[in-house]
Design a protein around this ligand. Structure first.
Ligand code: AMP
Length: 192
């Protein structure tokens, strides 16, 4: 049973590594960004609301995001553990997640942070923009998303570091190599 988070700046490869961790550990990966994008595509009320923020690189308000995560974590496929990707991004979301988990008498085992420097990330994301045409992958929006990461999400990382459950992995390098580092870091954290 593993309950874990993957945190990293935009473009750090969180989604790719989350899929691989999910396969290897047999836990469901839950990406708030993917859930939002699926809703945007389906033009659901949630998607229409979220799109206003996502296109500008802003965070979707907690009133929308928190409830969506709570509902998702109540689904039966989460019984064997989970890997949350892209949540929590603010300290208020950390508090909310704490409450959800405390209600189920559960706690996080590992928080994995992928690190990479800003210029490398901007370069990668501009490349991704050409391939995927994601509407939030243009340079001004990318820089804004990076600023939000530094301003808000680094405080989330600090909170988990204080709790002694943070493990950091260098996200620069070939994808397979990063996956090896990630799997080793998770193993070491679980053995600790
Ligand atoms: P991501 O795919 O994780 O980069 O997320 C894409 C976008 O979805 C973000 O730029 C936000 O607009 C929104 N989003 C994803 N997760 C969250 C979250 N935990 N809180 C607020 N907004 C989020």
């Amino acid at each position: 049973m593993t309950r874990m988070l993957i945190i990293g700046p935009p473009g750090s490869g969180k989604g790719t590594q989350a899929e691989r961790i999910s396969e290897r550990l047999g836990v469901v990966a839950i990406s708030t960004g993917d859930i939002f994008r699926a809703n945007v595509k389906g033009e659901t009320p949630l998607g229409i609301e979220a799109k206003k923020y996502m296109d500008n690189g802003d965070f979707v308000p907690d009133s929308v995001t928190n409830k969506m995560v709570r509902d998702r974590l109540n689904e039966p496929d989460v019984d064997n553990g989970f890997l949350l990707d892209g949540y929590p991004r603010t300290t208020a979301q950390v508090d909310y997640l704490d409450e959800i988990l405390a209600n189920g008498d559960e706690k996080l085992d590992v928080v994995l942070q992928l690190t990479a420097d800003d210029e490398e990330l901007v370069h990668r994301l501009l490349g991704r923009a050409k391939e995927t045409g994601r509407s939030d992958d243009n340079e001004a929006v990318i820089r804004h998303r990076l600023d939000l990461y530094h301003e808000q999400t680094e405080a989330v990382v600090a909170k988990y570091a204080e709790r002694g459950i943070l493990t950091q992995v260098d996200g620069i390098g070939p994808i397979d190599e990063v996956t090896n580092r990630v799997m080793q870091a998770i193993k070491a954290a679980q053995a600790a």
